[in-house]
Write a protein that binds this ligand. Structure first.
Ligand code: ADP
Ligand code: MG
Length: 450
């Protein structure tokens, strides 16, 4: 059984690489992958309203068909988009997933997955990553001749993918004629599985052998996939012998990888192995300032320091805090200063203490219980039903977490904490005599193990 929530998360990550985070934030995050009917190979995707449904259907349906088929490990899926207004009348949109033959014939199309926002000059270099950076940069000067393969490893969110794309971008700029392919290893695995299914293994191998620079991200995904490893082993040898550049990223160094055939593992070690680590405080400040610049914002030193001092385990988190800070500042019309950092940094997830539930998950669960979406709870709508559900969500967010009233207000895009305080009192009052509401609330609580 494939977990539907996992599929949705993976889908958003993949699509984000393909079409950018703006599309994901604007359109896709408001959708809910509601149901996967395996026997009918049908996915039901719910949009918050007809407008979003139509837009997504007209612009992104092919993306859904392609990636969801892959993620559910089937050859094609039907995607049915629904919304509140047009629940039952919709005919399934039947579009076969893009088949491997097409992928094989169009290697250049896949090259578009190189993300142009990840460049060397947006990557902040310091002691935590200088060796990886230098090696990555050297590779772009003479692809295939120095450090082949280059193997970059490190924890999640520390810049490996950024470096891989930077290599791709740089080489494409410098050597227009070279064919560069960036491929996350899970995609490689899926492509191979399709190739087997459609008897196209030879074509598959041919495609890879025609590549001049192969960037395989998160190579740990091929662990325990013996046949894929076998195919990859031959591809590797053929590229290596013709001095084609190969770069890997992985969450760990080769010796610590499990489920990888010895002969393949030893090849990972043939070139140079470098790592990326959590940046130092100074690097974190520099990264924040650089990110702010890219977002066309400026960040005062004391504010950058205040964020950088927060306990964090990845640059991704650091970036998340910065985005939240700017969003919160513009949402509430407050200046970006140290005080604001402290406010938004008091997240329940970061603090210790009793086990708390992520407030966004609570809001989402409540919304789903009433067949709404989180986006609807966050909307400006004053519709009676939505208002009540929003209040139920606020009540449970307060009850099941250590989040402050302000945290809850931000999460649900409300102006200030008094709305939340009012909601909590109101639901408490209602609970005294509304048995049905009580039972709904208890069900949601139980689903969080309370
Ligand atoms: P990984 O692939 O290691 O999980 P990513 O490359 O996806 O991590 O990095 C996560 C985020 O952090 C990206 O937005 C990336 O741009 C950013 N990032 C990581 N390291 C740096 C750095 N040294 N300078 C600038 N941005 C960085
Ligand atoms: Mg990555």
């Amino acid at each position: 059984m494939v977990a539907i929530s996992q599929v949705w998360n993976d889908f958003l990550v993949i699509v984000c690489q393909e079409v950018g985070s703006r599309v994901v934030e604007t359109w896709l995050k408001s959708l809910v992958l509601e149901r996967w009917d395996e026997s009918a190979r049908t996915v039901y995707v719910r949009a918050p309203n007809a407008f979003v449904r139509e837009w997504v259907q007209n612009h992104y349906r092919a993306l859904f068909c392609e990636h969801l088929a892959r993620l559910f490990a089937v050859t094609s899926v039907q995607v049915v988009f629904v919304d509140k207004e047009r629940e039952d009348v919709l005919a399934p949109a039947i579009v076969p997933a893009r088949l491997i033959t097409e992928e094989i014939n169009q290697p250049s199309k896949k090259n578009q997955t190189i993300n142009i926002t990840y460049q060397f000059d947006t990557f902040v270099v310091g002691p935590s990553n200088s060796l990886s950076y230098a090696a990555a940069h050297a590779v772009t000067q003479r692809p295939g001749f120095v450090y082949n393969p280059l193997f970059v490893y490190g924890g999640s969110g520390l810049g490996k993918t950024h470096l891989m794309h930077a290599i791709g971008n740089e080489i494409k700029k410098k050597y227009r004629k070279l064919t560069v392919l960036y491929q996350p290893a899970d995609r490689f695995v899926n492509e191979f599985i399709h190739a087997i299914r459609f008897n196209k293994v030879d074509l598959f191998k041919e495609k890879y052998r025609a590549i001049d620079v192969l960037l395989i991200d998160d190579i740990q995904f091929i662990a325990h996939k013996e046949q894929t490893q076998e195919a990859f082993f031959h591809i590797f040898n053929s590229l290596y012998e013709s001095s084609k550049q190969i770069v890997f990223s992985s969450d760990t160094y080769p010796k610590a990888m499990h489920g990888i055939a010895e002969r393949l593992r030893s090849r990972f070690e043939w070139g140079l192995i470098t790592d990326v680590q959590m940046p130092t405080l100074e690097e974190r400040v520099a990264i924040l300032k650089r990110k702010a610049e890219v977002m066309k914002n400026t960040l005062a030193d004391d504010v950058a320091c205040a964020i950088a001092e927060q306990p964090m385990t990845s640059v991704r988190e650091l970036e998340g805090t910065l985005i939240r800070l700017f969003a919160f500042s513009s949402l509430t019309n407050q200046p970006v200063n140290v005080e604001l950092v402290r406010k938004i940094a008091q997240r329940p997830q970061v603090g210790g203490g009793r086990r708390t539930v992520n407030i966004e998950q609570i809001a989402e669960r409540v919304a789903q219980t009433y067949q709404y979406t989180l986006a609807q709870l966050r909307s400006k709508s004053r519709n009676k039903e939505i208002t009540l559900i929003r209040q139920v969500a606020m009540f449970l967010m307060k009850k099941l977490s250590d989040a402050s009233l302000l945290d809850i207000a931000i999460c649900l895009r409300r102006k200030d904490h008094s709305t939340v305080a009012h909601a909590v009192t109101k639901i408490e009052d209602l609970l005294a005599h509304d048995a049905q509401l009580k039972s709904v609330i208890e069900t949601v609580e139980r689903s969080f193990g309370h």
